[in-house]
Ligand binder design. Structure first.
Ligand code: SAM
Length: 225
């Protein structure tokens, strides 16, 4: 089935948030990263400015800058309305209020947009849909990241997750997934089953994060081969 832009909610986070969610430190910045479902996050852009190495993969990278810009504007209004109706579900600590949230997200996405065409030309934003095979050798990347994508959208199902994470683990020495709860920040059977599957052959850890925006999403899954 063709991937439709109007079915996606592009909502991007920044490098500071990626560092906290994935428990990355200054020493990690020289590593080779792959970002799966990076969408309009500006981790790639900010890392590139610091001479870091990130390749982001997402089906939305098949669209033009203008198409993405338009969809981001449409989504901004809808998401901000939903957030204002559900403020109690969030921790207003790092981000203090709705205005700051909108400013932070829009700044991240504008940064992404300003880097998008250059990054595409440099091969840093790659149109790819998991669980398809990636054109990279085994262990090409040090760390593969998935922020607010895998494990959250439980409707994608168990088989999709196993196939996607198996391919990620083929090209990455380790993968990190945040958060490990669903869209309502509830624990899921999917996460339990996925952990059971990878525990057989990999080292699996769940680590608490300082980052918590939606109440309850403060755990990171790390899988190492
Ligand atoms: C909620 S956004 C998260 C964006 C970014 N990771 C962040 O946290 O700021 C989820 C992203 O997953 C992407 N996505 C959806 N299906 C995908 C697939 N099969 N493979 C890779 N990415 C996918 C969407 O296009 C979207 O950009």
């Amino acid at each position: 089935m063709a991937f439709k832009l109007n079915s996606v909610v592009p909502w991007g986070r920044n490098m500071e948030e990626y560092m906290l969610m994935f428990r990355l430190n200054e020493n990690d910045l020289s590593k080779k990263f792959a970002g799966f479902g990076d969408g309009p996050a500006c981790f790639n852009c900010e890392m590139t400015e610091k001479n870091g190495s990130v390749i982001s993969f997402d089906p939305i990278y098949q669209f033009s800058k203008e198409d993405l810009e338009k969809r981001i504007e449409e989504v901004r209004v809808i998401v901000m309305q939903q957030m204002s109706e559900n403020m109690d579900n969030y921790v207003w600590k790092n981000i203090k209020n709705l205005d700051e949230l909108e400013f932070t997200r829009m700044s991240a996405m504008r940064k992404f947009l300003s880097d998008y065409e250059k990054g595409k030309a440099e091969g840093r934003y790659v149109f790819h849909e998991l669980p398809n095979r990636l054109p990279y050798d085994d262990n090409y990347f040090d760390i593969g990241l998935s922020s607010h994508f895998l494990l959250m959208y439980t409707s994608l199902g168990y088989d999709f997750h196993i196939a996607s994470m198996t391919e990620m683990l083929r090209v990455c020495k380790e993968i990190r997934i945040f958060p490990i709860v669903d869209l309502d920040a509830d624990k899921t059977v999917l996460t339990e089953k996925v952990i059971d599957y990878f525990k057989k052959d990999c080292k699996v850890e769940i680590v608490k994060t300082e980052y918590e925006f939606q109440k309850g999403d403060n755990k990171l899954l790390i899988i190492k081969k």
